[in-house]
Design a protein around this ligand. Structure first.
Ligand SMILES: Nc1ncnc2c1ncn2[C@@H]1O[C@H](COP(=O)(O)OP(=O)(O)OP(=O)(O)O)[C@@H](O)[C@H]1O
Length: 307
């Protein structure tokens, strides 16, 4: 038994019809963290979240939420997680107040323990408590979904693509609230396509692609990969072998007379890389440099074709 907020081991899912959406996924979400689950469209993020939510049945593997195995203790597992879904769907004739009360009731939260007004205040909807849901703006509806996911005070909150179609101001408000919740002890899992978003908020990032985990590491460590810089050099002769030097991290022939050399910008600079090339006997005709950013790392890690 781990003390992770969420512990997933060997999780696989094959849908009816044969689509394998997850293959042998194992990962732990540390308690108290803001954990980013990243991946391109169709990577398997929603499948993973839906298995945790009890909406999709897994084909193999184990998962536990707050220490409760989802098979052995499904009620406790469900009570430990709140999910803010991608889709905004509401009954338009309920007010935000009524909606939160109904959900609290469904989760078995006793009347005296409900925090309906507190939650509405937290998501800046107290003045809309008694308005029909259909009169709320898109942003307000999204904030109401966050409140709805929190009615049973779960230790783990999952935000599934929370900022799709959300404007900058609302996004900042949402993030401020997510940070506040996290500081008060809630573990947060955020699924997104956007590295920038994950980079800003998450202390750890896992990337999945074609249903497999391709990386899972602290954000700081992942960002270090962005320390890589590349220089593309055109030289004065045809290249038959790759030149070597200790300061080259990787070398790749990209044309008859051009080479791409990747180096770590915290160890050497472009001048030293070019000097090493000249030492190897190559005359330099042209040079261009390229800075790797997180988007490149993401592409590199997710470029593997499906198997
Ligand atoms: N009910 C289903 N039946 C069959 N295949 C499905 C079903 N749900 C999802 N899939 C397939 O499983 C794969 C993973 O889908 P999933 O929705 O988990 O990806 P995702 O990472 O959440 O994508 P997105 O970011 O677009 O929401 C996709 O190829 C998808 O088409």
């Amino acid at each position: 038994m781990t003390d992770a907020a969420i512990s997933i081991q060997g999780l696989s899912k094959t849908y009816k019809g044969g689509k394998q959406a997850l293959t042998d996924v194992s990962l732990d979400v540390p308690r108290g963290s803001i954990f980013g689950l990243l991946g391109p469209n169709g990577a398997g993020k929603s499948t993973l979240i839906n298995i945790l939510a009890g909406l999709v049945t897994k084909s193999a593997g184990h998962a536990a939420i707050w220490g409760f195995d989802i098979d052995a203790h499904p009620r406790n597992a469900k009570a430990s997680i709140g999910i803010v879904p991608q889709e905004v769907v509401f009954d338009p004739f309920f007010t935000p107040f009524e909606m939160l009360e109904i959900y609290a009731g469904l989760y078995g939260v006793a009347k005296g323990q409900r925090r309906t007004m507190e939650l509405l205040r937290a998501v800046h909807l107290e003045d809309k408590a008694n308005a029909y849901a259909r009169t709320l703006s898109g942003g307000m509806k999204r904030r109401l979904l966050v409140a709805k996911a929190l009615v049973h005070n779960p230790p783990v909150l999952v935000l599934d693509e929370p900022t799709a179609g959300v404007d900058v101001e609302l996004r900042q408000q949402l993030w401020a609230y997510v940070r506040e919740l996290n500081e008060r002890g809630t573990t947060v899992i955020l699924t997104t396509h956007y590295l920038e978003e994950a980079e800003e908020l998450c202390d750890r990032i896992a990337i999945i692609n074609h249903g497999r985990v391709v990386t899972n590491q602290p954000t700081r460590q992942l960002l270090q990969l962005a320390q890589e810089k590349a220089v593309t050099v055109t030289v004065d002769r045809d290249l038959t072998t790759l030149p070597q030097a200790p300061c080259f991290e990787r070398t790749q022939i990209v044309g008859e007379r051009s080479l791409k050399i990747t180096y770590s910008k915290d160890k050497v600079n472009a001048g030293e890389v070019l000097a090493a090339l000249q030492d190897a006997g190559l005359g330099i005709v042209d040079v261009s440099t390229h800075e790797a950013d997180l988007e490149d790392i993401f592409l590199n890690l997710t470029r593997e074709p499906a198997v």
